[in-house]
Design a protein around this ligand. Sequence first.
Ligand code: HPA
Ligand code: ZN
Length: 334
Amino acid sequence: MTSDLTEFAASLPKAELHLHLEGSLEPEQMFAFARRNKIDIPFNSVEEIRAAYDFSNLQDFLDIYYQGMGVLQTEEDFFDLTMAYLKRSRADNVRHVEVFFDPQGHTERGLPFSVAVDGISRALAEGEHSLGVTSKLIMCFLRHLSEEEAFETLKQAEPHLDQIAGVGLDSSEVGHPPSKFENVFKAARKQGFALVAHAGEEGPPEYVYEALDLLKVDRLDHGNRSLENDVLVSRLAKEQMTLTVCPLSNLKLCVVDDMRAHPLKKMLDLGLRATINSDDPSYFGGYMMDNFTAVIEALDLSKDDIRTLAKNSFRGSFLSEVEQAAHLAAIDAA
Ligand code: HPA
Ligand code: ZN
């Protein structure tokens, strides 16, 4: 039965809405980029890198994640990174992606803003042309930095408005509530960006309220800890707010102790619009279908749940209703 459900999930068209491109940097690519850019990395083998991916919380992961992205130096690196992710996702029948990148993780190292965005955009266009995977790009502000620095990043994005569809908020959550970024999100909203924010991964339900009421997000990234507050759950269900849930990430960062305790099934039963995503697939143990496989093995998901998850991924996307309808019809026909 499990493998039947996995096959069914694999056969459905899906969208990925929570994916950090820098978190798709595979150890093999880390070596290749380090070599061609003549950068020293503190690892001697792929095995050593994988052994270092032993996290017990978000900050442990972020320390290695920011170190890892240091090998990304040229537009070509960002192009290759993005193309590899798109090819990998297409193999899992992912047909649309809304991907994050962290501009400040690169400008802080002295790269011009345009290097990452131009390399990524070129790959996204190529991916649509050669793989049939459509896409949108979301730039995230690093919440451990100041709002003033986020404003600088928003300014740097101005010549690239045609390449960037949305603004997000990521990095160390606790101690950096959404309220810290209220003004810059307001400015981004005025400029027409779609808005998302990580909230309720490690932070409390109050952070989810702030993301909704102060940042006025169109979609919530993670949102797990919303389940601690019944009033919030009712509101999220009523508003059909999309939650971009990341099961393998939650396991690896100890947001859940065991996949069998993952709240995904409960979220669906509560009527929440949950979706499945891979977050940082190279660091957390896999891509879209690895995440589906893990929850299918651990939770008592039905065929209807799988169909709902696939549909939610398009309903929660920033595609137009007409564009969504084609994918939803294909899911219904499966
Ligand atoms: N949470 C917060 N920040 C991040 C993550 C995440 O899962 N991945 C990359 N930056
Ligand atoms: Zn994330």
